[in-house]
Design a protein around this ligand. Sequence first.
Ligand code: BG6
Length: 519
Amino acid sequence: MGGVVIPENNQEINNTNIMEKPAGPCVIVIFGASGDLTMRKLIPALYNLSAEKLLPDEFAVIGFARKKLTNEQFREQLSGDLCQFVSCELNSPELQGWIARRLYYVQGDYDDPSSYEKLKTLLFEIDQKHKTQGNRLFYLATPPNLFGTITKNLSQTELTKQDDQTWKRVIIEKPFGRDLESAQALNHELLTYLAESQIYRIDHYLGKETVQNILVFRFANGIFEPIWNRNYIDHIQITVSEELGVEHRASYYEEAGALRDMVSNHIMQLLSYLVMEPPYSFDAEAVRNEKVKVLHAIYPYSHEDVLSCTVRGQYGEGVLANGENVPGYRSEPNVNPKSNTETFVALKMMIDNWRWAGVPFYIRTGKRMTKRMTEIAIYFKKPSFTLFRETVVEDLETNVLVIRIQPNEGISLSFSAKKPKPTLDIGTVKMNFTYSDYFGNKKAAIGYEALLYDCMHGDATLFLRSDNVECAWSTLTTILDVWGTLPVRNFPNYASGSWGPKDSNKLLTKDGRAWRNSS
Ligand code: BG6
């Protein structure tokens, strides 16, 4: 995690970085190489890694896709695209040349064994030319219905066969199924051809610096962990709001909806990092064991709980903060005009273990909300006794610790302070840390750097294990069942540009609480 820290404004920052070294020799094969992910994320992230000297010289990338392209055309296309996605400061012709010399392309069909033979031949040639020593990372940047076909063909061509000297790993990205049953089927299919230790399931939220920082914040500081429990914390709010609508992804989103798209994966990961017990080490299995334990401890919803503790919504037309009028979800391209897909979800969740019993977690996520904001707000309990008799207890704000994941990344803590005047008057003030103040904006990270680097090193800490995926789905099964059988009658129920349906406020007001709607 992280690189050399340049202190700004004379602040002392002590580095405790582990020495970073380039990954070992390997070839990355990207299936679905002509798609958006390769152009926007993967190649720019590799570029950033090479700028940080974290890629070895013995390295190459092969793009595999159906589209007809020569090596030269593939290189030209990616070099052109690269300029749009990497930060200008890092953009250098030498680095571009370094990557371009290592880019190759295979045109093939995903279900045609001869395409994999072609790939195999090229891999051997590259091993000779770039001394990549037979280590391969297969990145499946394809629709999930191809995961099984590709791994089967890779396995049958013996491209995933490991030995004492070489490694073979496969990265896949969500969706990992659309419910418990399909997630189990996918895991079963993958595990027919690969060992669990070869499968690296990406949740791109775990690639975000600020998400990784949750663990550092909790476990590299002595002062927070003692109060990180039901004795001191009143409740926790997690908000992942987006200003964007469904954009051009209706064919996927219509089948998914907000619960599957965001809660089953990203929000469950945020929650796990936030509430897990300290692992005995930062070894991948130790961390992943603790994450799974948390998911097991989520109090199961009964059918009645689904009615009282969940809210679903769909955006109607409205006005965004910049004054733009936008259409409702049902009028978006390729969306069924009678669609009942939810674009918003709010949940109250309880975690049934010693640390968290009785602490409600309020979670909400949605598209076309007031603004883009991912944050975790931890509300501490009020002091049990107030010395300040003249001050009405209810008027005292509670301490709130806010972890801002994006944008304006940082952490703030609000607390009470005496206003400077002769009489006793108490107000709320804030201590605020922002990443940009301390670390500058120089490292415009794509968010995939750490994920790719860790996978090349064989460090699976930031990746999801099969039991984690299944456990997350199993938590949501009752909600999916009840929602599936009870048709929605009031969609659309929130205006674009708002904080979501009114019912989501009721979820908290009936408990005497309110969402933190930052302005
Ligand atoms: C994706 C979802 O996984 O995450 C999208 O499919 C969503 O619907 C996106 O917009 C949000 O990611 P980020 O990094 O922009 O918060």
